[in-house]
Design a protein around this ligand. Structure first.
Ligand code: ZN
Length: 87
C-alpha cells in the first residue's frame, strides 16, 4: 500500500450517539476529559469523531466546566492555583 493512514484505522463514531446513557455534563469532568487534551484544549471533532450536534453541546459543557474550575484550563493555570493555595 502506498498510503498510510495518519490516525489509527479505527472507525470513528460519535460516542454520545452510540451511547445514549453517556452523560454530557459539566459535572462529569471524567467524561469531558476524554475530549480535551492534557493542556485543556478541546479536541477537534474530526479526531474524536463526535457529530456536529454533540460537539457543539460538548464545547458548551467544557466551557462551563472550566468556569466551575472542575476542568483545568492549562497546566500553567493549575500550578498557579496550587501555588496560591499553599500560601
Ligand atoms: Zn452525536
Amino acid at each position: 500500500m502506498a498510503f498510510r493512514k495518519k490516525f489509527t484505522p479505527r472507525k470513528k463514531f460519535c460516542r454520545f450517539c452510540a451511547d445514549k446513557e453517556l452523560p454530557m455534563d459539566y459535572k462529569r469532568p471524567d467524561i469531558l476529559r476524554d475530549f480535551v487534551t492534557e493542556r485543556g484544549k478541546i479536541i477537534a471533532r474530526r479526531i474524536t469523531g463526535t457529530c456536529a450536534k454533540h460537539q457543539r453541546r460538548l464545547t458548551n459543557e467544557i466551557k462551563r466546566s472550566r468556569q466551575m474550575a472542575l476542568l483545568f484550563y492549562t497546566t500553567v493555570h493549575s500550578t498557579d492555583v496550587k501555588k496560591r493555595s499553599s500560601i
